[in-house]
Design a protein around this ligand. Structure first.
Ligand code: ZN
Length: 84
């Protein structure tokens, strides 16, 4: 089910894109030549992105652990000068 990614998004709100202010989403990238997949957080406007570790045995966003998605979301939400 796709509920895993949705659950993470509800738990952790993605900040808007730091470059264009666009809406950010969590998704997956595939490399069809190497068969690697990796989770990513990306901007739906300018497509800037941050990516997780490539994996050969996961091919859906649901296959990536909550921990990996949390790390990506945390990295996306980090802004210069903001203290945690
Ligand atoms: Zn953007």
């Amino acid at each position: 089910m796709y509920s895993d990614a949705v659950k993470v998004l509800k738990e952790f709100t993605l900040k808007p894109c730091p470059f264009c202010g666009g809406i950010a989403k969590i998704g997956i990238t595939s490399d069809y030549e190497s068969y690697y997949h990796w989770a990513k957080v990306y901007c739906t406007e300018c497509f800037v992105k941050i990516e997780g570790t490539p994996s050969l045995d996961k091919d859906r966003i649901e296959d990536f652990s909550d921990e990996e998605k949390r790390e990506l979301i945390h990295a996306w939400n980090m802004r210069y000068g903001e203290v945690e």
